[in-house]
Design a protein around this ligand. Structure first.
Ligand SMILES: [Zn+2]
Length: 175
């Protein structure tokens, strides 16, 4: 199912989540997989989901093996666990998700705007909103440029001034 997946640990985690829910623990739950953006329902062969009393399904392990619920909340020691950057409402659709050891990025759309959410695991999680996918992806490229250079270089523009800079670049490439 998943590459490099520790199924024994995964089973302990799922069991612990199930027990916590049965005891009414106020866990943050989502019916959407933050890795693929889909609502998989229950049962589902690509995700580990648990049925909820209202008939919806809570995604417990995403399709790439990510633990969506903080394992530390259910007694599973996971000092390295990080929330995924995507914190999207149910109407938004993930366009692109990328993560490595240095950065985690999601580009999503609510139908009107494109939201670039990213986290360098050091400071805060950032959320930037752009009017077009081309501009959000240009910003993504600039972000990757910074990451590829080990953060020795940074952005030239703030999100507010980036739009004009990207428009200028894109106009030179596609006019
Ligand atoms: Zn998924």
């Amino acid at each position: 199912m998943f590459e490099n997946f520790d199924s024994a640990r995964g089973a302990r985690y799922v069991t612990a989540v199930y027990a916590a829910l049965a005891h009414g623990a106020p866990l943050p739950l989502t019916d959407r997989c933050t890795e693929c953006g889909e609502v998989p329902g229950w049962p589902n062969e690509d995700h580990i989901t648990l049925p909820r009393p209202d008939g919806s399904a809570a995604v417990v392990i995403g399709c790439e093996g990510y633990y969506l619920i903080n394992p530390n909340l259910v007694g599973i020691d996971a000092p390295d666990w990080q929330p995924l950057p995507a914190d999207l409402d149910k109407t938004s659709q993930v366009v692109l998700g990328y993560s490595d050891d240095h950065v985690a990025v999601t580009v999503a759309t609510d139908g009107n705007h494109f939201i670039l959410t990213w986290n360098d695991y050091v400071t805060n999680e950032w959320s930037e909103t752009y009017p077009a996918l081309s501009i959000a992806l240009a910003r993504f490229a600039a972000l990757m440029r910074c990451s590829e250079h080990n953060w020795d270089i940074g952005f030239v523009n703030t999100p507010g001034t980036f739009v004009a800079a990207a428009e200028q670049f894109l106009a030179s490439e596609a006019s």
